[in-house]
Design a protein. Structure first.
Length: 565
């Protein structure tokens, strides 16, 4: 969802435009308002803005000064200036920028709507899939990037063979420096099939996404984007200017990164039909500690709420749920063939796929791959078969690791009884072990789903209560998302997914309900009710109430009085 910020020191203009664009469902805009340049800058520090519709002639911070701040914070933002005849000519000549448009104040509302619509459509058409793939093809064969990736991956994985040194960075022409800490981001394509036969097409899509990430981030940051063995993105980021990590500038950098990653997610979905998730380090990390944070962000990448797959999470905004409560000879041809099948599987990435599908909650994929192992395992008759024990232990460790990280031991015991892993003497046969693995896997996925649902219910319940308790205050998507430490677009999708309603629909319904409760009290004036339910003026409130109920607030009050007499 694109974000529109309306800025003017005349409240009546801002409020009118706010109501107009908030009601234009076909544009899917998240609309914000500011009554001064200072207030607009506060919004720019809190979240990404895609379009700013602003007056030029404002006190203290005028539109031109605001423009400088906008492009500093969000370079991709489009600006629409409202100008008077006296200032239009020289301003138009002074600013010939592709991301700046102009509307004369004398124009009617239809002209303003038209320009905003054109700007929205322009943003959504800017990134073309064909251009991205063409750029990706040109980059694939550049050897330097491969050397950079290999070196940085070894650093991320904690290899003792490499160190972060100025000499190595210079030799590899890395755009980042070893002398400053980095902000780390880890991402993955949620719907990427790791076993697609059309490998070249998949690589082209992956590199298209990589180019998209690069396009959004490199305009204002120094960064390197690398791919690991499983086609997950790792992004190492530093500000372009030398910044003290202890200052607020790093906080602003983090806000900027989150905003840009959200744009990447939206563009991936719109232009490439892919969903992508990111986890972000909340603080810059030193090169000595980078491996630890890299693995932590990989683990966090699989944290979800509800059944929503696409996430954008910062590591300090998610509560830690990790828990550490638990720490051959073949007698016949059929068994020999089963053993050989298992042996061949141990040399593939199948176990890696199984682990990733479990972490990502892809139940069907998980069981599809798991059965490739369980079917031959069930045919092994010798309890001491070493290949069978190797395979069994690999699956056991995968499930045990997952249960320990997410604190599922007691819940699993409550559902299926004692956990019988690790020691194979707990089973009469490998067939018995296979049955138990299937049973435990089903249990883990059921608990996983319940946990996601619980998280979603807690978030939705909190947000609904917060809205009802703060109807007269700022209920923008940004403020609501700050209450639950989630990305605004992520919260919006979760709310719609779980309640089947948009957040704005719930807010409007809550305002109507509260207004009706207040209107039965004849001692409360209508303009006071308007303020209590979040409207700046009685006129705006009356228009909203009538469009929702079919009658004006005064008509509703009069009809109630008639009924009780």
């Amino acid at each position: 969802m694109l974000r529109l910020l309306i800025v003017d020191n005349e409240e009546i203009i801002v409020n009118h435009l706010f109501e107009v664009f908030r009601g234009m469902d076909h544009l899917s805009l998240d609309v914000y308002k500011a009554y001064s340049g200072e207030e607009a800058i506060e919004w720019l520090h809190r979240t990404r803005m895609d379009i700013v519709l602003t007056d030029i002639d404002m006190p203290n911070i005028n539109g031109l000064q605001l423009m400088d701040e906008i492009f500093k914070q969000w370079p991709q933002c489009k600006i629409i200036f409202l100008t008077g005849h006296s200032e239009f000519s020289y301003i138009y000549k002074a600013i010939q920028h592709p991301d700046v448009s102009y509307i004369l104040k004398l124009e009617d509302i239809d002209k303003i709507i038209q320009v905003v619509e054109e700007t929205v459509f322009k943003i959504r058409k800017e990134i073309k899939t064909g251009d991205l793939i063409r750029e990706a093809k040109e980059k694939i064969h550049i050897a330097l990037e491969l050397f950079q990736e290999g070196y940085l991956l070894n650093l991320l994985k904690g290899s003792s063979m490499v160190k972060a040194t100025k000499e190595q960075f210079d030799q590899l022409s890395l755009p980042i420096t070893d002398e400053a800490p980095v902000i780390l981001v880890v991402g993955k394509l949620d719907d990427l099939s790791l076993q697609d036969d059309n490998y070249l097409e998949k690589i082209q899509q992956i590199y298209s996404v990589r180019q998209m990430i690069k396009r959004y981030l490199t305009s204002n940051l120094k960064c390197v984007i690398i791919l690991d063995d499983h086609f997950r993105f790792t992004i190492l980021i530093q500000p372009k200017e030398n910044v003290n990590p202890a200052t607020e500038d790093y906080v602003h950098t983090l806000h900027y990164i989150k905003g840009m990653l959200e744009s990447v997610q939206q563009s991936c979905q719109d232009k490439l039909n892919h969903s992508i998730s990111f986890t972000v380090g909340s603080k810059p990390t030193t090169w000595n500690d980078i491996s630890q944070q890299y693995h932590a962000l990989h683990s966090l990448l699989n944290y979800r709420i509800g059944t929503e797959n696409t996430v954008l999470l910062v590591d300090d905004e998610v509560p830690s749920t990790a828990a550490a409560e638990n720490k051959a000879e073949c007698p016949d041809d059929e068994e020999f063939e089963a053993e050989q099948k298992l042996l061949s599987l141990t040399t593939t990435n199948l176990f890696t796929f199984i682990e990733q599908y479990l972490e990502s909650g892809l139940k069907d994929k998980y069981f599809e791959e798991l059965e490739q192992i369980l079917l031959p395992l069930s045919l092994i008759k010798n309890k001491n078969n070493l290949v069978a024990q190797q395979v069994y232990c690999s699956i056991s460790m995968c499930l045990l690791s997952y249960m320990n990280r997410w604190g599922l031991r007691d819940k699993v015991i409550g559902k299926i009884g004692e956990i019988r892993f690790v020691n194979t003497v707990n089973f009469c046969s490998w067939g018995d072990a296979v049955t138990y693995i299937r049973k435990l896997s089903v249990c883990v996925f059921e608990l996983q789903k319940l946990e996601q649902k619980r998280r979603a219910d807690n978030v939705i319940s909190f947000i609904q209560n917060f809205i009802v308790s703060h109807l007269g205050e700022d209920l923008s998507l940004v403020r609501l998302s700050e209450q639950v430490y989630l990305n605004p677009s992520y919260l919006s999708r979760i709310f719609k997914q779980e309640t089947k309603k948009n957040l704005t629909e719930f807010i409007d319904a809550a305002r109507i309900q509260r207004a009706k409760e207040l209107l039965v009290n004849e001692n409360i004036k209508i303009h006071e009710i308007a303020r209590q339910v979040g409207y700046e003026s009685a006129t705006s409130f009356t228009r909203f109430f009538k469009s929702s109920t079919g009658c004006s607030p005064q008509e509703y009050r009069d009809s109630y009085v008639m009924r009780v007499k």
